[in-house]
Design a protein around this ligand. Structure first.
Ligand SMILES: Cc1cc2nc3c(=O)[nH]c(=O)nc-3n(C[C@H](O)[C@H](O)[C@H](O)COP(=O)(O)OP(=O)(O)OC[C@H]3O[C@@H](n4cnc5c(N)ncnc54)[C@H](O)[C@@H]3O)c2cc1C
Length: 367
């Protein structure tokens, strides 16, 4: 949606082909709404700084409320290992221009009253990060993109692409065929299948994650709280209180669950509620309203794949957003619209760091 908006605003003729019946119904609707520039990778930091500028300005600049709140992100540490990992990252993060610092246990408890203090060493806090409603944000971008002239073909599935002389010349759907000067694969967890239509091997694999939301209550905590400690059955978990008072939460299952089954499980809620109430006992008073399951379009190193494949000079890949597509989308959309109009030279480092041809070694620490 943001890419469609910025391409239309740059004067391009834009068609968005979406197999669902409306916007924001892919994995965007599974996202819980976190938007942070706090990452360990410089490319992601830069993209998300742009996203924060865009989303935090939507109300003042475009008159659209998306329930943005700069509540900050707080990564808590209860052991020496986590503390030193967070402290080590501060150097890269500060160099990239992030407003982030280490805060002690007292400040953590002020931001999150009632958090378990036993063993708490502190954490890194980035007050410029925040959260917004994914449904309201995708609706805002859809509205703005339409007003800027983008056309939307909902309920149409891309089934084939035709290439000639190293360029994609047309895209066929189950309802028609579209010629195009530039084509973008932004198919989320279906990105590999779409790449397969052109014999491209894109390492994007759907990785299932569940989330839930409680009833609303009076606001009592500001930041998105992230605990990256793993236990036997899970990896990190994170939660925040929305501007309207509900607590939304998520956990990384262990082992990871690959595939496209999006039926909610009966194991998620007992697991996540145990971990959340251990960290934040007062949460035990809240009733959970609903849980759901969606997919991270995962890459082997936890970073997106952005750029042009060697075989097709006009096929832009914007895939593999992992667990951060909502926060990457607005900034990346703006940068990629400039790249389409002015050429990839507008962001050379970003295209290099997120290239399809990188080694995919390691794993982003704050994925
Ligand atoms: C539980 C959970 C919590 C999350 N929380 C956050 C969060 O707090 N912050 C965050 O930034 N991210 C979060 N994410 C991750 C985020 O949801 C994804 O990274 C993001 O939605 C991916 O965006 P996308 O645009 O690449 O894909 P999508 O939003 O899935 O959009 C891709 C679209 O392509 C369409 N499509 C695919 N194939 C075709 C075809 N052949 N023809 C036509 N249309 C097609 C799909 O229908 C879909 O609508 C979370 C994910 C989950 C599961």
């Amino acid at each position: 949606m943001p890419l469609a908006l910025y391409c239309a605003e740059r004067g391009l003729s834009v068609v968005v082909i979406e197999k669902n019946a409306s916007w924001g119904r892919g994995q965007n609707r599974a996202a819980i709404g976190g938007i942070r520039a706090t990452h360990s990778d410089p490319a992601k930091i830069r993209i998300c700084q742009e996203s924060i500028r865009i989303v935090s300005g939507l109300e003042a600049e475009r008159g659209i409320d998306v329930e943005w709140r700069a509540g900050g992100y707080l990564f808590v540490a209860y052991d020496e290992r986590r503390e030193s990992a967070f402290r080590d990252l501060l150097a890269i993060q500060k160099e990239a221009g992030l407003g982030i610092d280490w805060i002690g246990p007292e400040r953590v408890a002020e931001l999150c009253p009632g958090i378990r203090k036993d063993g708490l060493r502190g954490g890194t806090f980035s007050p410029g990060d925040g959260y917004a409603s994914p449904l309201m944000t995708s609706t805002a971008f859809h509205r703005l993109a339409r007003a800027a002239g983008a056309e939307f073909r909902f309920g149409e599935t891309v089934v084939a692409m035709k290439a000639e002389g190293g360029r994609v010349v047309s895209v066929r759907t189950d309802a028609g065929e579209y010629a195009a000067g530039a084509v973008v694969n932004a198919a989320g967890s279906d990105a590999a299948e779409l790449g397969g239509l052109l014999d491209l091997d894109l390492p994007v694999h759907p990785d299932c994650h569940e989330a839930g939301v409680t009833e609303p209550c009076e606001r009592f905590m500001e930041p998105m709280l992230v605990d990256i400690r793993p236990d036997e059955e899970s990896g990190n978990y994170y939660f925040y209180q929305t501007t309207t008072g509900q607590v939304v939460f998520c956990i990384t299952p262990k082992p990871q669950i690959w595939g496209k089954d999006t039926d909610a499980t009966s194991s998620f809620l007992p697991l996540v509620s145990r971990r959340m109430t251990e960290l934040y006992p007062r949460l035990k008073n809240l009733k959970v309203r609903r849980t759901w399951r969606g997919m991270y379009p995962m890459t082997p190193d936890g970073l997106p794949i952005v750029g042009y494949p060697r075989e097709y000079s006009n096929l832009l890949l914007a895939v593999g957003m992992c667990g951060q597509g909502f926060m990457l989308g607005p900034g990346l959309g703006k940068i990629l619209a400039s790249a389409i109009v002015d050429g990839p030279g507008v962001a050379p480092q970003l295209f290099e760091e997120l290239s399809l041809y990188r080694k995919f070694e390691g794993m982003e620490l704050l994925k």
